[in-house]
Design a protein around this ligand. Structure first.
Ligand SMILES: N[C@@H](CCC(=O)N[C@@H](CS)C(=O)NCC(=O)O)C(=O)O
Length: 200
């Protein structure tokens, strides 16, 4: 199996971190790629062109980070992730992913030429991300992220553990969110986080 992703994608990072947590670095080959070009190799496998894309030997593929992670974690080695086996756990994962989806819109917006960017979209996504950082800060204080590693935790860590931030964005999520900052710092000690840091 091959995992196509950019090395900067937080979505791709979640799958890459899981591969390390699962002990599958030898089983799933990482194929660093570019996206959003006419000749991206992702299009040889997946018409959406999105990453991460997991490609099987027979040419079939999976896209969508959550689905890819569920698939990888279902394979032979013991599961690396605690199951999302309550509505509360499923919802927590969805809420973290909701923050990441907003940040992805934000980052995409600021990648456009300056005269094409929408200050409204940037402001909207900045507010959303900061609101949700405050929510997770409180949920951490309530113990919601204390359990064994699950997809919500891995997603939150891969989204926020980014020492150099997201390009061209000002996202001071640590400001006023000490619990969240301490939690991310603890999570970032994992080898899976250290070895998937986006290149500077
Ligand atoms: N819902 C998808 C989102 C993945 C996504 O948006 N990936 C971005 C990179 S961060 C991408 O592939 N962009 C390339 C494109 O839009 O063509 C998932 O969970 O995997």
């Amino acid at each position: 199996m091959r995992l196509f992703t950019t090395l900067t994608s937080p979505y791709g990072r979640i799958a890459r971190a899981l591969i390390i947590e699962k002990g599958y670095e030898d089983k799933i080959e990482l194929v660093p790629t570019v996206t959003r070009t006419l000749d991206t190799p992702v299009l040889d496998h997946n018409p959406s062109g999105r990453v991460p894309t997991l490609v099987f030997e027979d040419g079939r593929f999976l896209e969508d980070t959550k689905l890819i992670c569920e698939y990888i974690d279902s394979l032979e080695n013991p599961p690396a992730l605690a199951p999302l086996d309550s509505w509360e756990a499923k919802h927590l994962e969805a809420r973290v992913r909701s923050m990441l989806d907003g940040i992805a819109v934000w980052v995409r917006e600021v990648r456009r030429p300056a005269n094409e960017q929408s200050p409204d979209i940037v402001a909207h996504e900045t507010r959303r991300a900061l609101r949700l950082a405050g929510v997770f800060n409180q949920l951490i204080a309530d113990g919601a992220f204390d359990g064994p590693l699950d997809l919500a935790q891995l997603t939150l860590a891969c989204t926020l553990h980014r020492p150099n931030g997201y390009p061209n964005t000002i996202f001071d999520w640590r400001d006023g969110n000490a619990n969240l900052g301490a939690w991310i710092d603890r999570m970032s000690e994992r080898r899976s986080l250290q070895e998937t840091l986006p290149p500077t």
